[in-house]
Design a protein around this ligand. Structure first.
Ligand SMILES: NC(=O)c1ccc[n+]([C@@H]2O[C@H](COP(=O)([O-])OP(=O)(O)OC[C@H]3O[C@@H](n4cnc5c(N)ncnc54)[C@H](OP(=O)(O)O)[C@@H]3O)[C@@H](O)[C@H]2O)c1
Length: 270
């Protein structure tokens, strides 16, 4: 790819830049924009990338334009860069990282008929190169552009292709999912303190256990088999699991994900 523009290099934009440069992408092919010149200079110094003051200049003749601004800013931004994309010598693919902004909303703003647009639901572990990036392609995205998008996003984590209609459910699993694990870890720390452990020790134990369990799950093992493997008959773990089940953990997860998915639907209809 000769030019990739990252528009709005805040948390997510910087995470993508770091992932791309870390994966060996030539930093000179990356152009980032920001509202603050100081922030742009910081990114140029840190990663050796190009920066531009003007979004239109950054988007001009880019093979890929990645929108990393807040959702409410996406329509105005597309309005701003739409004409240069329509006039470009290359067939630019637009990738939006913004939650809740639909492909139709974006396609309606860009003046070029048949503009290829991609919507991504990422999650925060992307900040440490371990994200889940669920990708829904607009109808005008060509096969080679799909491949290019996958390659770029795969530098920041695990890429899955989904239908746009699945994105609210995806938000409820991978999008908001890290927060559920953080909450469980927080609860375990408090529970450890309640059992008499010093908070530092409880925190170390809970966080390292989460990382270890995550690493085992990452090997694509079946969670049911993993849990059975640590549940000896009449043992300590089954005593705890029974309490969790009787306390309604499974039902709480169903209800939580339903609430999240419903809220994601509401936000994308605004
Ligand atoms: N953070 C997450 O966990 C997460 C996860 C998944 C998806 N997302 C999505 O990723 C997007 C970015 O989130 P974020 O957390 O990275 O936000 P952020 O840190 O606030 O970054 C947004 C950046 O865009 C810049 N910006 C705003 N308007 C601009 C414009 N017109 N031209 C150029 N740059 C502009 C902002 O600059 P200023 O600071 O000067 O305004 C800021 O640097 C959001 O749409 C969000 O839905 C975020």
């Amino acid at each position: 790819m000769e030019k990739i523009a990252i528009i709005g290099a805040g948390n997510i934009g910087e995470a993508l830049i770091a992932a791309l440069v870390g994966a060996g992408t030539d930093p000179q092919t990356i152009v980032a924009t920001n509202r603050s010149a100081e922030r742009s200079q910081q990114l140029a110094d840190r990663y050796g990338i190009e920066t531009a003051e003007d979004n239109r200049q950054a988007a001009t003749d880019a093979d890929m334009v990645v929108l990393c601004v807040k959702p409410a800013q996406v329509p105005d931004l597309l309005d701003e860069i739409g004409e240069v994309i329509a006039a470009a010598d290359v067939h630019t693919v637009i990738v939006s990282m913004a939650a809740g902004v639909t492909l139709t909303t974006m396609e309606e703003v860009v003046p070029a008929a048949g503009a290829p647009i991609v919507r991504v639901m990422a999650n925060t572990p992307m900040l440490v190169g371990k994200g889940v990036l669920a990708v829904a392609y607009g109808r005008y995205v060509a096969n080679d552009q799909r491949e290019a998008v996958r390659e770029v996003l795969a530098t920041a984590g695990h890429v899955v292709e989904v239908e746009e209609s699945q994105l609210s459910a995806v938000t409820a699993l991978s999008g908001s999912g890290p927060a559920y694990y953080f909450l469980l870890t927080e609860a375990l720390i408090d529970a450890g303190v309640s059992l008499g452990l010093p908070r530092d020790l409880a925190s170390e134990l809970a966080r390292a256990t989460a990382a270890g369990a995550g690493a085992m799950l990452e090997q694509k093992s079946d969670p049911v088999a993993l849990r059975a493997g640590v549940s000896s008959p009449a043992g300590t773990t089954v005593a705890a699991i029974r309490e969790l089940e009787e306390s309604g953990l499974r039902g709480a997860v169903y209800r939580a994900t339903e609430a999240c998915s419903k809220r994601a639907d509401e936000l994308s209809q605004r």
